[in-house]
Write a protein that binds this ligand. Structure first.
Ligand code: ADP
Ligand code: MG
Length: 699
């Protein structure tokens, strides 16, 4: 709250409610809120996606049906509507031909006033043919000759929602533009000159008053400038947090090697070359005085967990504590059980904290965590809660990080004495995305899969051929196969999603009886555990689920997966889901059921899924097809994301912003004593990265 109050006054108009604009009442505020946001700045960031070009001013005979035309006509005759269903028609002409202006359910009086018989007027709108004659239904503009200048030659068109028209939105944004302040330039003047970028206010005006379609492309000077503003703000924020945390240099964790030795001795498999490499890099980081911030990338099934375990053991050997955080309760539990069984012969003690623990147990765990009795803790985001205190936290491992946000990561890392951080992800993140989300980060990769990976055959099949799918499943289960049956989110509501899974569960139960189980996110933990365990033990062979099984669930002898409405999933998610099978001794089969209508984009996704199982390749295609927000899951995280810049289209700018931010921070360029320093602080507020301003010393 304090930060908000420190926002420079020059930004007050931008952050005022849209209600402060004249003519915007409570009802419109609500519509605007759903459309763009409730502040004026939100409207300004709501860019148009097209234009209406009214430069075409033909004679009537030259006007082409289907095009927008601006025509000078003389009003000839009014044909009033005789009943509600009949339109009111006005015949107009010029010296080349005739055209009807058509009004449905309009006030006759208004029409008579604006189209007086015998007078010349300008009309602008879409020309259509109706039988042999030409017509224009509800022209966008009707103006008298002397007011011709009132027609905007090029008009922006915006993404809309019910409750507001283009015309109204354009008018409101026009008002918002009038009130924008002239902000002191925060960008380097040479950079602006070299790129021929306009000032901030010019850029934002140009976005809303485009001169042609080119102005609305992400590579136009105005858009590029605004994108760079955002990227620089973002990089400054990340760098500030970073430079603050690196003030404390971290500490060297050398360990003794005895736990590592024990684990290696008991391990039932040999580590892959990549795993050994990653472990070595991590050990090196941990031993160094520098703080570790490392990303471990590896496709599903590449064996990241064991790598993390070695890091955890090293922290414990050094007499410190480690935390492992997973995105869901099931995964946290699975990690915990997995680590417990892998380390059953070692003398170490761990704990589990999720959001729904038994209160007494939780209290006990927290106590032991605080006094150091527990050496490693596994949990969900519940680990962030204030009452979770560590004795001496030295390492934080975050699994499937894209579900978390920067703030959460930081709040956990602040719980210790500058703990080392390791983030595990199955999504290969391109460098530009890494930079926008974390700044600089070291990366270890597991490209190679553990030896006995099985191949998966993927087939696509229309949902209309359900009978065939059912018989295939019948055959498979008779042979002892275990089947995941995934029902996705059909509508945006969770209830609907549940209904789909529950309905399918009932149907399959009618066919397969006791062999079928159900799991979904709304179930109690104990119920979920029970379902998973029944599946693991083979008591049930078909597990119907929502997408809760997406990440990390490891049941090696599950070999078949059916995914309904596969055409509605993104590539990464399909790949994650499919990664649940083919993890054991037998090959897998994945059936992707699609339902019409199927978009060309979806068709492409399914084709890619059929053709490859290479996670790196799939991620690349995914970025192309869907854009970055989806890949990082930022849309779910509710954190400030990029509104203007696009990591794919503006990747060059990301590199530049990253470098410039580093230089600015190194040279204390954010000092409030300099003009530019002040301006850059304004930039941080403009893009709502004010949380980072806290890291600025008052100087
Ligand atoms: P992910 O990278 O998806 O998190 P996991 O860490 O869950 O993968 O590993 C998947 C499975 O592979 C686990 O059962 C794990 O014990 C096993 N595994 C890991 N490394 C190897 C290896 N080098 N050889 C054989 N199996 C391994
Ligand atoms: Mg995993």
């Amino acid at each position: 709250m304090r930060d908000r109050n420190m926002r420079p006054n020059s930004l007050n108009t931008l952050f005022a409610s849209t209600e402060s604009l004249t003519g915007v009442g409570p009802r419109t505020v609500r519509v605007l809120k759903n459309l763009a946001g409730d502040r004026i700045i939100d409207l300004l960031w709501h860019f148009p996606t097209g234009i209406i070009d009214r430069r075409n001013c033909p004679k009537i005979s030259q006007a082409e049906p289907g095009t927008i035309a601006t025509i000078k006509v003389t009003v000839e005759k009014h044909y009033k509507s005789v009943n509600q269903r009949q339109p009111y028609r006005v015949l107009c002409s010029d010296n080349t031909g005739e055209i009807f202006i058509i009004f449905f359910r309009s006030r006759g009086k208004w029409i008579e006033q604006n189209l007086p018989q015998g007078q010349e007027v300008i009309i602008s709108g879409k020309v259509e043919s109706y039988g042999k004659s030409l017509q224009m239904i509800h022209p966008d503009h009707i103006v008298q000759i002397q007011e011709m200048g009132n027609i905007a030659i090029i008009e922006a068109t915006y993404p809309l929602r019910a409750g507001i028209t283009q015309k109204t939105l354009r008018k409101i944004i026009g008002k918002a533009l009038i009130s924008i302040p002239d902000l002191k330039e925060w960008q380097d003047i040479t950079l602006l000159k070299n790129n021929e970028w306009p000032s901030w206010s010019e850029a934002i005006k140009r976005m809303h008053h485009p001169k042609d379609n080119k102005d609305l492309e992400a590579t136009s000077p105005s858009w590029m400038r605004l994108a760079y503003d955002e990227l620089l703000a973002n990089q400054l924020a990340i760098s500030l947090v970073r430079s603050d945390t690196s003030k404390d240099p971290g500490r060297s964790l050398v360990g003794t090697g005895h736990l590592k030795y024990e684990l290696l001795k008991n391990l039932e498999f040999t580590l892959t070359k990549d795993q050994k490499g990653a472990i070595q890099e991590i050990e090196y980081d941990m031993e160094s005085e520098k703080r570790m911030i490392r990303l471990l990338q590896g496709d599903v099934g590449s064996g990241k967990t064991i790598v993390a375990l070695f890091a955890i053991l090293k922290a414990i050997e050094s007499g410190k504590q480690a935390a492992l955080m997973a995105p869901t309760e099931i995964l946290a539990r699975q990690h915990f059980n997995n680590i417990e069984s892998l380390t059953s012969l070692l003398q170490i003690k761990g704990g589990l904290i999720t959001g729904r623990d038994n209160l007494k147990l939780r209290k006990e765990s927290l106590l032991k965590l605080a006094n150091g009795e527990i050496q490693f803790i596994v949990g969900t985001h519940a680990l962030f809660q204030k009452d979770v205190l560590f004795h001496d936290l030295a390492l934080v491992v975050i699994d499937e990080q894209h579900r978390f946000g920067v703030h959460q990561r930081l709040s956990l890392s602040n719980k210790g004495f500058m703990p080392d951080i390791m983030v595990m992800t199955a999504t290969p993140i391109p460098r530009t995305l890494l930079l926008t989300n974390y700044g600089d980060m070291d990366v270890s990769k597991l490209r190679e899969k553990p030896g006995n990976r099985k191949s998966i055959e993927t087939r696509t099949i229309s949902a209309e051929r359900m009978e065939e799918v059912i018989s295939a499943i019948r055959r498979a289960t008779k042979n002892g196969a275990k089947v995941y049956w995934v029902c996705p989110l059909i509508e945006e509501s969770l209830e609907f999603n549940l209904a789909a899974a529950e309905k399918r569960y009932e149907e399959l139960k009618n066919i397969f009886g006791e062999l079928v189980g159900l799991i979904h996110g709304k179930m109690k933990t104990s119920e979920k555990d029970f379902a998973i365990e029944s599946f693991r033990s083979g008591k049930i062979q078909i597990l119907v689920s929502t997408t809760v099984i997406e990440v990390g669930i490891h049941i090696p002898d599950a070999t078949v997966m059916v995914i309904e409405h596969a055409n509605r999933f993104g590539l990464s998610q399909l790949h994650q889901l499919r990664g649940r099978i083919g993890r054991g001794v037998a090959d897998g089969t994945c059936l992707l059921l699609y339902s019409s209508p199927i978009s060309s984009n979806a068709r492409k996704r399914l084709q890619i899924m059929r053709e490859t199982n290479d996670g790196f390749l799939i991620a690349e295609e995914d970025l192309k097809l869907r854009g970055s927000g989806e890949i990082l899951g930022t849309r779910q995280s509710g954190l400030p994301t990029l509104k203007i810049a696009d990591p794919y289209l503006h990747s060059d700018l990301i590199e530049t912003a990253f470098k410039e931010a580093r230089i600015i921070i190194e040279q204390k360029g954010l000092s409030a004593k300099t003009q530019r320093g002040k301006a850059l602080r304004t930039l941080l507020y403009l893009f709502e990265r004010e949380a980072a301003v806290r890291y600025l010393s008052s100087g």
